[in-house]
Design a protein around this ligand. Structure first.
Ligand code: ZN
Length: 295
């Protein structure tokens, strides 16, 4: 199979990203209080069903805290895992962010900018999504996969799951498939030759988010707009189901998550992305149980 050509960052972009990173370590951006004060809560619909959520087993990578949480140096390192979640709803069982494949280096990482490959390389014993599913589900069927956004570490597990249908935010799919040159590497191959259905975030405001999509029409799984990291990034909020149990659990830690923590992977200008991060990081007016695995 011949991979699609992938856009490579310019030398200027590389330099800017790696100059900015150490600045954020010592002078983290302050909260945008005007933005936070403008947030209004639209409330939450009452769900007609509840869902069960579990994380597939994954091996975390130890990463410098300062690279993930801006301005934070203690502890010096924190675990970061490319975790896939299984959500069981009365109407369907689906996986969120199938982010690890076999032979990830030659199949996926080889398409990334060379300067990023070492930084994002998963641990040698990282568990492919397909293997983790076999271990966890014992043959139970999965109806579809739902990536929160289309970066390689949220989709490439589908390379080992060739028949699994995909549901994806239309804006995000258009971003990654338009044109002869892919905007990011390691994604288009995971989309090939599989059933794909799309949706729009054309539903009403939910909590502090302006747009939403009710996945099953019963209020149990709401997808909300978090554009910035990529054009169609989403968070999801399966409500009244579980407390935050993930690392990092943004809503509960109020950490200053730096959207540019992985330089060259974020599409929005930093100020906008930063403001959107704060809407989550502030922990204000957010639904209990907001799940937002994101990197
Ligand atoms: Zn990403």
């Amino acid at each position: 199979m011949v991979n699609a050509p992938v856009r490579q960052p310019s030398l200027t972009a590389c330099c800017a990203a790696f100059v900015q990173a150490p600045i954020g370590l010592f002078r983290p951006r302050p909260p945008d209080h005007d933005f936070l004060n403008r947030l209004t809560g639209a409330g939450l619909p009452r769900p007609q069903h509840t869902v069960r959520i579990r994380a597939l087993r994954q091996v975390p990578k130890s990463v410098p805290t300062a690279g993930i949480v801006e301005g934070t140096r203690r502890p010096r390192r924190i675990p970061l895992a490319m975790t896939t979640f299984v959500i069981e709803h009365p109407y369907a069982r689906f996986i969120v962010d199938p982010g690890m494949c076999t032979d990830v280096a030659p199949r996926v990482l080889s398409q990334l900018p060379a300067v990023l490959r070492v930084a994002v390389h998963p641990p040698a014993d990282a568990i492919p999504t397909a293997a983790a599913l076999t271990e966890s589900l014992d043959g139970q069927a999965v109806d579809f996969a739902l990536p929160t956004h289309l970066h390689w570490d949220h989709i490439c597990g589908l390379l080992d799951l060739p028949n699994m249908p995909l549901r994806v935010h239309r804006r995000e799919l258009e971003w990654v498939t338009d044109g002869a040159v892919a905007p990011v590497g390691g994604v288009r191959e995971s989309l090939r030759d599989r059933p794909i259905s799309t949706f729009d975030l054309d539903g009403p405001p939910v909590s502090t988010f302006q747009r939403s999509h009710d996945l099953f029409g019963d209020g149990a799984v709401l997808l909300v707009d978090l554009a910035g990291h990529t054009p169609g990034s989403m968070a999801r909020s399966p409500m009244r189901t579980v407390a935050c149990a993930f690392t990092p659990c943004i809503a509960s830690t109020r950490s200053r998550i730096r959207c540019a923590s992985f330089p060259l992977t974020t599409t929005a200008p930093a100020p906008r992305c930063w403001a959107e991060e704060q809407s989550v990081a502030s922990g204000r007016r957010l639904p209990e149980g907001l799940l937002e695995p994101r990197h």
